[in-house]
Design a binder for this molecule. Structure first.
Ligand code: ATP
Ligand code: LTN
Length: 334
């Protein structure tokens, strides 16, 4: 039996090369070895206001981009979070197993609360518990994520261990999978911040669907550090970030790249990086253009995915409900 892998992306903004390098590329590389579940987490997305018709079309678009990036629909279970009612139901139970002190420590909540100060809703606060439910419902072994999600995964493990301490063996304890290089791709204009797909300034990121001329322009505009050396250096976050992107997309190691660009200038390096990005994005964009017009095909994948996921999720949910003392649904016996 294959081990179980689960991961997800919230349908907000535009998928970026940060999401690709930190998440999607690993999903693609790991899919053959694991029993994989890949989600578009629309329930997470609405913790920040979303225009309803854009959210609907973005969910379709993200699924088409997953497929265009090489995620195989036959081999894996691909679905939309809100199609599986068990996520919300388990999240409620796990909310009652989570301390507010733990939620107060979540850095993503603190950052998002600052950014959306006029809409600090309860959903945003308990979002990590919904994420824990996503993972624990499927008895997941491994969760490929970017560095920013590490804290949420630790919380997931803590909640699961706490529940298991009273109710032995209910949840499998998941492990994160975070790549050594590229787990945190930084913003192009502010390399001290993470590249963020819902950034209000699109010049901070390269979107998977950016046209070649846009990619070239954004890389040319990207901030560079003082000095001229093309070298990984903690005190030079801008060039280190661009080198990391180059390395992750080309498969060359950072030291090979330092050697390749020794005595070359930033302008030449940036031109080559932009060309590499354009080359890597071209097949993804080609496949996407065909897929996005085939709504019936995508709907069929989602219908099948929801069917499989519901069956699996309901099994765990029923065990949990029984453990906490909920009466079985249907015929009620005294
Ligand atoms: P948002 O600001 O809308 O929440 P986001 O870019 O942080 O968007 P998520 O949906 O939170 O995207 O992340 C999806 C996956 O992509 C997660 O596994 C996350 O860790 C990874 N990821 C996101 N941004 C980056 C990045 N800059 N570098 C590496 N991985 C990333
Ligand atoms: N919170 C994650 C998205 C997410 C997720 C998950 C990732 C929701 N549920 C389950 C892995 C497994 C984020 O990247 N913002």
């Amino acid at each position: 039996m294959k081990k179980i892998l689960l991961s997800a992306i919230a349908p907000t903004g535009s998928l970026t090369i940060g999401n690709y390098i930190g998440a999607l590329k690993n999903w693609k590389d790991m899919q053959g070895q694991y029993d994989c579940l890949f989600m578009v987490v629309d329930m997470h997305a609405i913790t920040v206001f979303q225009e309803p018709s854009s959210l609907r079309s973005r969910c379709f678009s993200f699924v088409a981009q997953y497929l265009a990036c090489g995620i195989e629909p036959k081999q894996n279970t691909i679905f939309i979070q809100s199609h599986i009612p068990a996520h919300a139901e388990l999240a409620w139970i796990l909310n009652c197993w989570t301390n507010i002190g733990e939620l107060n420590r979540m850095t993503q909540f603190k950052n998002k609360a600052k950014k959306h100060s006029s809409n600090i809703n309860a959903g945003l606060y308990v979002y990590p518990v919904l994420m824990a439910s996503d993972i624990l419902l499927y008895q997941t072994d491994v969760v490929p994520i970017g560095d920013d999600q590490k804290q949420h995964l630790e919380l997931t493990r803590d909640i699961a261990v706490r529940f298991n301490n009273l109710h032995k063996g209910v949840f499998h304890i998941p492990e994160p999978y975070i790549s050594k290089t590229g787990a945190r791709i930084m913003s192009l204009l502010d390399p001290k911040r993470k590249m963020d797909k819902s950034d209000s300034n699109p010049n901070n990121y390269i979107a998977l669907l950016d046209e070649p001329s846009v990619v070239m322009k954004k890389i040319k505009q990207a901030i560079t550090d003082s000095g001229t050396e093309i070298k990984l250096d903690k005190t030079k976050p801008a060039i280190s970030n661009l080198l990391t992107i180059y390395s992750c997309l080309s498969g060359m190691t950072l030291s090979e790249l330092e050697e390749k660009f020794k005595n070359k200038n930033y302008a030449l390096f940036k031109k080559e990086l932009a060309e590499l990005l354009i080359d890597r994005l071209k097949p993804i964009q080609g496949r996407y253009k065909k897929l996005i017009d085939d709504k019936n095909y995508i709907s069929a994948i989602l219908e099948e995915g929801a069917k499989k996921a519901n069956e699996r999720a309901n099994k765990t949910l029923r065990i949990v409900q029984k453990k906490v003392g909920f009466i079985a649904r249907g015929k009620v016996e005294g």
